[in-house]
Design a protein around this ligand. Sequence first.
Ligand code: UD1
Length: 421
Amino acid sequence: MERLIIKGGNHLTGEVDCSGAKNAGLPILASTILLDGSAFIGNLPHLQDITTKLELLNSMGSAINFHEDGFIEIDSSNIVVPEARYELVKTMRASILVMGPLVAKYGKAKISQPGGCDIGTRPIDFHLAGLEQMGAEITSDSKYIYLKAKKLTPIDFEFPKVSVTGTENLMMAATLIDGVTVLRNCAKEPEVLELANYLNSCGAKIEGAGESNITITGVKSLKADRWNVLFDRIEAGTYLVAGAITNGHVKVNKINPSTINIISEKLIQMGVKVNIDKDSVEVDATSSDLKAQDIFTEPFPGFPTDMQAQFMTLNTIAAGNCTIEETVFENRFQHVSQLRKMGADIVLNKNKASVTGVSNLVGANVSASDLRASASLVLAGLVGKNKTQIDDIYHIDRGYECIEEKLNKLGAEIIREPVVY
Ligand code: UD1
């Protein structure tokens, strides 16, 4: 176990390169199950979740090789055990992304029940309903879900609620189904589009990804291709908030600014100077007085739930009052109690938090409960007076590549130390 110790109060200054997106890399890795031959995937972030996904593929029979140029070669043409074990699913819910590809390619899958998690119940009923409609026979016991199918058939399926991994699972399964599948009310997240673009480069026929309705015309086989994973828009947003909250001047490089427009706009509304270039966004908050702004989370292109916690921290020290409403997950306010320990004035009422700005946060011993909550605590530590100690930081390592190195390069003072009991 490790913890982070942050000495707060430094103004962050400089440039930081954005890493590849975990949420784009995970479905692309799962999609290699559909492919014939070796896929070469680059710009994968060095994150625990990516390692877990590679372990999962390897445990099923995929051959994995790391190349010196940074590309990872994955040949999943010969899966021998189409099974996602509990140990791997429990640490990373996105393990369920192998379900659609396994049933489509191998006609069977055994997937550990994902169970609940800290940010809500997160069921997978849409994934299962779609696969069942495609013709998969689904049974389950307390530990596993079993899927079997002789031949899947195309469907016309409407998601009851927008689901990112649900869209990805069904879209992947449909690529190898003879006929035309239509998926409606799909997630429009850039990571869904990225997966479709990758599969199309492998020979799939997917149209409409990035919009509500996706049409997939099945093909007989897909040939593995080489691909560089898209940048992580949530990591980019987090570093922009780090610049803003420390009255700093930070430029985030290697991104596509159009996919983080909503984050840039919110920062501008809060009084931060934002300069948008072709492949970078720069915040200058050196002379900014932050003003509180309401946040309402929604699926893309709305304000991302994955940035809610970070913007809550920013609002804790902004002048005025705001309401932060979480509409995607029912229990995504675990950071509130920890921010309160640091002096934040936040009142919770179901899925709404009312935040009144205070003049500054004060360092405290806090604990990370989930990935984005951990990021919000790091941001609080950067601005909090004195020292902040963050325990349970394994969450942050699931989603942020070298976070303390990147922040320290911008002028933060963060050390990682082992926890000795
Ligand atoms: C993905 C992202 C996660 C992000 C989330 C919302 C990955 C690996 N993770 O998670 O970072 O926070 O999108 O943008 O890409 N739901 C159901 N039944 C289902 C599926 C979902 O009721 O079968 C509900 C969920 O409980 C939630 C909402 O739909 O309330 C959206 O969840 P979903 O988009 O599926 O989240 P994930 O794909 O798990």
